[in-house]
Design a protein around this ligand. Structure first.
Ligand SMILES: [Zn+2]
Length: 256
């Protein structure tokens, strides 16, 4: 069995949740994504992906979906009025509090499904804190692995399509076509950065970038070729591969 965690009744929790249940927490963001996309992109993609996962393999894998953590760490966009961000201390404290609450149930496995690349470093740190502080077995998955963390973006974007680029715009167009204004999109690929061998997204040297370092419009990539058809393909492939990953998570043993 699996489903929406919040639909469970209090007295059911001890019998429904067991050591092999998976608790899935989508983490979104409310942040600027350029003139062609709304603030909700990362939240919507994380939540819809999580819902599709539960529909596809939730029963089989005993997955329980928590409500989306919609506001997270988006301070690379703080220059843009309207972006809503938690400080890293706040987000870490929120995750710790959620972990403490879950530690009072029988569930042991907590999976964070992150829709916002700006959270990845912090969430990776949180995995170990949650394990040590609350004895949870913790995992981090992404609808699409951010290019700055080993994921890919299109060749045409020189691998630099990290925010509001072709793939992300396509997935969002598939999910919420009513909220996309592709007429306002232009190519915003940081060509100079891509020429570097080491200091670039996905290079061997990380750097503390802000989203308006490359262009004042604040999106990074080339959304002009985005389409809902491509988005549907990417979305379905992500759900398929995440169900496969979750099945491995289910049988994963921390100690041999
Ligand atoms: Zn995004």
């Amino acid at each position: 069995m699996g489903g929406m965690y919040e639909d469970l009744k209090g007295p059911e929790i001890p019998s429904v949740l067991s050591e092999s249940s998976i608790i899935l927490l989508p983490v979104g963001a409310i942040e600027q994504h350029g003139p062609h996309l709304p603030m909700s992109v990362d939240r919507v993609i994380a939540e819809k992906t999580a819902e599709a996962i539960v529909a596809k393999c939730g029963d089989e894998l005993d997955i329980w979906l928590l409500p989306t953590l919609s506001i997270s760490k988006s301070n690379e966009h703080n220059w843009s009025g309207g972006t809503i961000s938690l400080r890293y201390e706040t987000l870490m404290a929120v995750l710790n509090d959620i972990g403490e609450s879950l530690s009072k149930t029988n569930a042991k496995k907590l999976v964070l499904l992150n829709g916002h690349g700006g959270n990845t470093t912090l969430l990776n740190t949180a995995l170990r804190e949650l394990r040590l502080n609350h004895l949870l077995e913790t995992f981090l998955i992404h609808p699409a692995l951010p290019p700055a963390y080993g994921g890919s973006s299109t060749e045409d974007e020189l691998g630099m399509g990290i925010h509001g680029g072709r793939d992300e715009t396509s997935v969002f167009m598939f999910l919420r076509p009513d909220l996309v204004d592709l007429g306002k999109a232009e190519r915003r690929v940081p060509e100079k950065l891509a020429e570097n061998k080491h200091v670039k997204f996905g290079g061997s040297v990380s750097f503390g970038w802000l989203s308006n370092d490359f262009h004042k419009d604040g999106y990074i990539g080339d959304p002009t070729g985005a389409s809902p058809e491509l988005g549907e393909k990417l979305f379905n492939a992500a759900v398929e591969s995440l169900c496969e990953a979750l099945s491995e998570i289910k049988s994963f043993k921390f100690k041999e």
